[in-house]
Design a binder for this molecule. Structure first.
Ligand code: IMP
Length: 422
């Protein structure tokens, strides 16, 4: 096997949770390396639905170890809730979940600031998940963050938290928002620290030792390429590096220990939150929402939807070095008569074959479409490449080729069995 980075090749919500669950079968350790509980990875095991926010999806496979790496921002109170929820469902977490001692913490003042910044932006808001992710990464970059290693040392933590609450309360007051009670936050975080103590360790050393022993690592990307702080549609992005490079910095595993990159993409495009989405299309959105599809796993918001954007996925292949593609939600297009695929953009008399850096330019881009005949039958029962309708195979081959990578996996439904290896 190999050390594999899995990334979202679009705007997040590509169905990574399920693909990670499938690939975990051949991995020893599954590692989250960026983002926080803004992520929502949905996995179905039989009739049971699991939505994971911080814990890697690998936790659902007995015998696998899971790591929350140094690049993740952790809301410890919500992590404890997630762990307890998993325990209640009979999922083993003790002894197989490890949290980096250098992962930064998310606090209630981060959530309050996230909300205030969005309010103040008005029409220009980002549409964040309001989980405090941006302000938490902001504090990390400003060297004003607290980390897991602080949380599990109660005296040190109490002193540092008091300072941070004082400073952030000044900011909240200035913005007309209610200040936070130190005592209340301290009590909640103290309890979470006690509950998490046994999970916290030096995961950088742990992961590199595992690699030396020949174990296989799977890096579980959260969000997607175009939400990357550097490579996304800035400022309509999240605050972490969601692209493949983020897996290395977010885990302490060097790039020359990575063997392959898998890119996950939907057979169409979706996005939650604001920002440009060149192929956005109301009819596609209505069709998918009427099927009960495309509502956010974290916030329940209806996702914006559109046709497959091959300019974007080609760009994603380039910045991530995607070797293999996993295409999900193919069954979402089962009823469509003519499927469109964006092959280039046009704006200001210019044709673009790549994603322009400037968000207003991207917002002005109009898609140039190629058309494919729909297969117009249910694909959810297909269990092999040969069992897929010819038109489905042609469509999948075309979008893989346009995206510049090999098709490795096709998913025709939420369950593990509805996965076709090519
Ligand atoms: P934040 O990460 O909450 O700061 O939100 C920034 C942007 O990223 C917003 O457009 C969110 O909707 C989007 N976003 C964050 N996490 C996810 C995710 O897991 N899936 C899809 N979009 C996300």
């Amino acid at each position: 096997m190999a050390n594999t980075i899995l990334v979202g090749a679009q705007w997040g919500d590509e169905g990574k949770g399920k693909i990670i669950d499938v690939l975990t079968e051949t991995a020893d350790i599954v590692v989250r390396t960026q983002g926080g509980n803004n992520a929502g990875h949905t996995v179905f095991l039989g009739a049971q639905k699991y939505v994971l926010h911080l814990v890697p999806s690998g936790i659902l496979r007995p015998g696998k170890r899971c790591v929350i790496g140094n690049g993740v921002v952790v809301d410890p109170v919500s992590l404890v809730e997630e762990i307890e929820g998993l325990r209640k469902l009979g999922v083993k977490v003790d002894g197989n979940l490890f949290i980096s001692e250098s992962a930064h913490l998310v606090f209630p003042y981060h959530r309050a600031l996230d909300e205030q910044r969005e309010l103040r932006k008005g029409r220009n808001k980002i549409g964040t998940t309001k989980r405090g992710i941006g302000p938490a990464y902001g504090d990390k970059a400003a060297r004003a963050g607290l980390r897991m290693i602080d949380l599990v040392q109660p005296d040190r933590f109490a002193t540092l938290l008091r300072q941070r609450i004082q400073e952030n309360n000044e900011l909240l007051r200035a913005w007309g928002a209610p200040p936070l009670s130190y005592a209340r936050v301290q009590a909640a975080y103290r309890a979470a620290g006690d509950a998490l103590q046994g999970f916290v360790s030096n995961t950088v050393v742990m992961l590199n030792e595992a690699i030396r022993r020949g174990e296989n690592l799977l890096f579980e990307g959260a969000q997607g390429t175009f939400l990357d702080i550097d490579h996304g549609t800035y400022p309509f992005v999240t605050l972490s590096n969601t692209t493949a490079g983020g897996a290395c910095t977010g885990s302490g595993v060097p790039p020359n220990r990575i063997d392959r990159v898998v890119g996950v993409m939907k057979a169409y495009t979706t996005r939650v939150g604001e920002g440009p989405l060149p192929t956005e299309n109301a009819e596609v959105a209505d069709m998918l929402h009427a099927l009960g599809r495309e509502f956010g796993a974290t916030t329940g918001r209806p996702r914006r939807c559109g046709w497959f954007d091959a300019v974007a996925t080609r760009h994603a292949t380039m910045v991530n070095g995607i070797d293999k593609l996993a295409v999900t939600n193919i069954d979402g297009l089962d009823s469509v008569e003519t499927i469109k695929v964006c092959v280039a953009y046009r704006a200001g008399g210019r044709q673009y074959e790549y994603v322009p850096t400037d968000a207003p330019t991207l917002a002005a881009c109009r898609p140039v479409y190629a058309e494919f005949p729909g297969w117009r039958c249910a694909t959810g029962q297909a269990r092999s490449w040969a069992a897929l309708p010819t038109k489905t195979r042609q469509y999948l081959k075309a979008i893989a080729e346009l995206s510049g990578a090999r098709l490795g996996l096709a998913s025709v439904g939420p369950s593990r069995e509805q996965t076709i290896f090519r």
